[in-house]
Design a protein around this ligand. Structure first.
Ligand code: PMP
Length: 415
């Protein structure tokens, strides 16, 4: 029997897949993470995982979440179980304004588009703007999940140098000039200004202003992704970039880190015309974001001390960051790493002779896991870096993890 269908082209798949040849070219950008299999091993309980970025949801009092759920069903059951607006419920959009005001953003309920986590907002924005080969500028390194979305729309991700104060404006200027000289179209400038994933750095206020000016004068739209801004350890980071520019910035927020990622509720605030397109794209993708989980969040935020809960999260993450950084200082004093003032991540630079990906199997064998730096670059860079997440393991587990990692880095282990 012969199978009829398209002949294999540039699209992905393999010869064992009977549908090989049918996939759209854009699926070439959909590649499973090379370290996925190791992460399955890393989730075993005996492994200290400094790899994933899972918020510590166990710190949420279960009785408060249960009573939020009960109130939804008692007071608003039919609405919560129904399809809803493609823009999100008015009540949660009001709530989102209150959250964003903490970071200096003034907006109206009409400005907010609720999405299925901010991950979906990344997808919708990319879908709206990117044609094959368009350039998205991003920090160096950048969020692995954003790079994945950008690739899935065949964007060309170009990294811009980043240091302890975030993206370097001078490098942004040079990159724009160089990219344009190569005949490419730059569509978006993607930034994570606060407690960067994975770099752990925060963009200074002066640089925020300078970068906004560079983007404005070059007619480039900024995509400001801010999941971690409220999770500061000492004082708040500089105000959101969106607080100074409403015309040239799409801002993304989420309840994943201040409440719970399992509810999958995030949002976008965009210039007016873009917002209308985002709503249409949202409707086309999901009809409407989950009315149920939006109602749970509204109910929780109106019935519980959510500001106090964010404070509790800050305290927990601060203690874990201290545990990580102090054990790194104790055991690996010759290496360098970033010292974040909020968020979930530390970015460690390995000695030049070590390759972060090649070293991972040895680490897993020693029962510690991390994310290799290469995951955070579109261009294969990052071989001498690793991302360490301190959000999930307890301080004691973190200290144990660093001791194990030290053995691996110092070459005291064999595969
Ligand atoms: N952006 C960044 C920088 C992130 O770290 C994450 C989650 N790891 C997201 C977006 C997506 O988060 P969510 O979809 O849960 O809102």
């Amino acid at each position: 029997m012969t199978t009829q269908g398209p002949t294999p082209g540039t699209n992905t798949g393999n010869n064992l897949d009977p549908w090989y040849g049918h996939y759209a070219d854009r699926t070439a950008g959909l590649s499973a993470s090379e370290v996925r299999a190791l992460f399955a091993v890393a989730s075993r309980p005996e492994v200290v995982s400094l790899a994933g970025g899972m918020p510590y949801v166990s710190a949420l009092p279960p009785e408060l979440v249960s009573s939020a759920l009960e109130r939804v069903m008692r007071d608003n059951g039919p609405e919560a179980l129904q399809y809803g607006s493609g823009q999100g419920t008015p009540a949660i959009r009001e709530q989102i304004l209150e959250v964003m005001a903490l970071e200096g953003i003034r907006a109206s309920v009409d400005d907010v588009v609720v999405t299925t986590g901010s991950q979906q907002a990344l997808d919708l924005v990319t879908k709206l703007f990117i044609d094959k080969g368009d350039v998205i500028l991003a920090e160096s390194p950048s969020y692995v999940g954003a790079i994945g979305v950008f690739r899935s729309y065949q964007a060309d991700v170009v990294h811009v140098a980043t240091d302890n104060d975030g993206m370097v404006p001078e490098s942004l200027r040079e990159t724009i000039t160089r990219t344009r000289a190569a005949g490419k179209t730059i569509k978006l400038l993607y930034l994570i200004p606060n407690f960067h994933n994975p770099a752990g750095v925060t963009l200074s206020w002066e640089r925020r202003l300078e970068i906004i000016e560079i983007a404005r004068s070059n007619n480039i739209l900024i995509l400001e992704d801010n999941p971690y801004g409220l999770l500061y350890f000492d004082g708040p980071p500089p105000q959101a970039m969106r607080s100074v520019d409403t015309d040239g910035i799409i801002y993304l927020g989420t309840f994943s880190k201040t409440f719970a990622p399992g509810l999958r509720v995030g949002w976008a605030v965009a210039p007016h015309a873009i917002r209308e397109k985002l709503i249409l794209a949202n409707e086309s993708a999901v009809l409407s974001p989950s009315a149920f989980t939006q109602n749970v969040i509204t109910s929780y935020f109106s019935g519980a001390d959510w500001r106090g809960q964010i404070d509790t999260f800050r305290g927990i993450y601060r203690e874990r960051k201290e545990a990580l950084v102090s054990s790194l200082s104790e055991h690996l004093p010759d290496l360098t790493w970033t010292n974040p003032t909020g968020g979930f991540y530390v970015w460690l630079t390995l000695p030049q002779h070590l390759d972060s990906k090649a070293m991972l199997p040895r680490a897993v064998k020693e029962l510690v896991a991390y994310t290799p730096g290469t995951a955070f670059f579109a261009d294969g860079d990052g071989r001498h870096n690793i991302r360490l997440s301190f959000c999930y393991p307890t301080p004691d587990a973190i200290r144990l993890g660093v001791r194990r990692l030290t053995k691996v880095i110092n070459g005291e282990t064999e595969l």
